[in-house]
Design a protein around this ligand. Structure first.
Ligand code: PMP
Length: 305
C-alpha cells in the first residue's frame, strides 16, 4: 500500500503543503548525519488533544543541538507553537510529531557553519512495534551490533547519525524474525533497544540501565520511573549483564513510539510466563491512564493542543 502523507508540514517558520517541504541534495545533514530530532506523541484525552511532555521533548532537542554546536533560529515557544499548528492544521488528535533541525546547504566541510533548517511534521501512528505488541508482547534478540562507546558518539544526543546504529540493530532483528533488537554497550553490559529503553523486573522491583550504558535517557523511561515510584514500586538504575534478560520475571521496552511494550521472549527463551507480567500491566495501566484520565496528571505532562 502506498504511504499516505498528511497535507501540511511546518518548515522554517511557515506551514506549507507536504510536497513543498523539500531540501537541497547537498544539505550537510544528508551527507554527515548532522540533524537532531524528537519523537513526540499527542493523545486524545477527555479534555481534548494533548501533547505528552512537549516541553521536555523540546528541551532535549535544544540539548542535542547544543552538543553539536547547532543554534536553532527559533525559540522553544516558537517550536511548541509549530507543533500545535501542525496537529491542528492536519485535523489530527492522536498523532506522532517529528520536529527536526538539521545542517542545511552552506558548506561541505565537516565543521562548516551551515544554516540550521527546522521542520515539524505530524502523522497518525498506531503501536510502533505492531498492532498486537502492547497486548501480547514482542519477541526480541540481542544484536550482534554493539552500541557506540560513550567516547565515540554521545548517545545522550538524539542525533540523526546515531540512528545508523539503530538501523543495524533493528534491521538485523527483523531479518532474523524478531520484533526488535536489543544492544549491548561497549562494556559488554546491556544498553537498550534499537529505539527503546529497557526495564527488567525482579521480585517486583524495576531495574533499568544507566545513562553510562550508551542509552538515550528516554522521556518515557523517566515517566515510568516516576509513575512506578508514585505507585510504591521500587526502581533501580544499574548495570545489567545480558543473562539477566533471560532470568528476569518480566522485561519491557519503552519509548514514545513503543509506549510500554512487553517482551515475551528473548533469543528464543521465554521471559517469565511468556505474557505481560503484573508490573508491566500495572505500568501500562498507569501510562495509558494518563491519556484516558485514570491516572491523575499531577506533573502537568499533558500540554493541550
Ligand atoms: N532510545 C533510543 C535509541 C530512542 O531512539 C528512543 C526513542 N526516542 C528512546 C530510547 C526512548 O526515548 P523517549 O522515551 O524519549 O521517546
Amino acid at each position: 500500500m502506498a504511504q499516505q502523507y498528511p497535507e501540511w508540514i511546518w518548515q522554517n517558520g511557515a506551514i506549507k503543503p507536504w510536497r513543498e517541504a523539500t531540501t537541497h541534495v547537498m544539505s550537510h545533514a544528508l551527507h554527515y548525519g548532522s540533524s537532531v530530532f524528537e519523537g513526540i506523541r499527542s493523545y486524545a484525552t477527555p479534555d481534548g488533544a494533548a501533547i505528552f511532555r512537549l516541553t521536555d521533548h523540546l528541551k532535549r532537542l535544544y540539548q542535542s543541538a547544543k552538543i553539536y554546536d547547532m543554534v536553532l533560529p527559533y525559540s522553544l515557544d516558537e517550536l511548541a507553537t509549530a507543533c500545535r499548528e501542525v496537529i491542528r492544521k492536519n485535523g489530527l488528535t492522536a498523532a506522532y510529531l517529528r520536529p527536526v533541525a538539521y545542517r542545511g546547504l552552506g558548506g561541505f566541510g565537516l565543521s562548516a557553519e551551515t544554516p540550521i533548517d527546522v521542520a515539524v511534521a505530524a502523522w497518525p501512528m498506531g503501536p510502533y512495534l505492531g498492532p498486537e505488541a502492547l497486548e501480547q508482547g514482542i519477541t526480541a534478540c540481542v544484536s550482534s551490533w554493539q552500541r557506540f562507546a560513550p567516547n565515540t558518539i554521545p548517545a545522550g544526543a538524539k542525533a540523526g547519525g546515531n540512528y545508523l546504529s539503530g538501523q543495524l540493530i533493528a534491521r538485523e532483528a527483523r531479518r532474523l524474525g524478531f520484533g526488535e533488537g536489543i544492544a549491548l554497550a561497549n562494556t559488554g553490559l546491556l544498553s537498550e533497544g534499537a529505539g527503546e529503553n529497557l526495564f527488567l523486573v525482579f521480585d517486583g522491583v524495576l531495574h533499568t540501565t544507566p545513562a553510562s550504558a550508551s542509552i538515550l535517557t528516554g522521556i518515557t523511561r523517566d515517566t515510568l520511573k516516576t509513575l512506578a515510584r508514585e505507585d510504591g514500586i521500587e526502581v533501580i538504575e544499574r548495570d545489567l549483564p545480558r543473562e539477566y534478560l533471560y532470568l528476569a520475571d518480566e522485561v519491557l521496552m519503552c519509548g514514545t513510539a513503543a509506549e510500554v511494550t512487553p517482551i515475551r521472549a528473548i533469543d528464543g527463551k521465554q521471559v517469565g510466563n511468556g505474557t505481560a507480567g503484573r508490573v508491566t500491566r500495572r505500568l501500562q495501566e498507569l501510562y495509558f491512564g494518563l491519556f484516558d484520565g485514570r491516572t491523575n496528571d499531577q506533573w502537568g505532562w499533558l500540554e493541550p493542543v
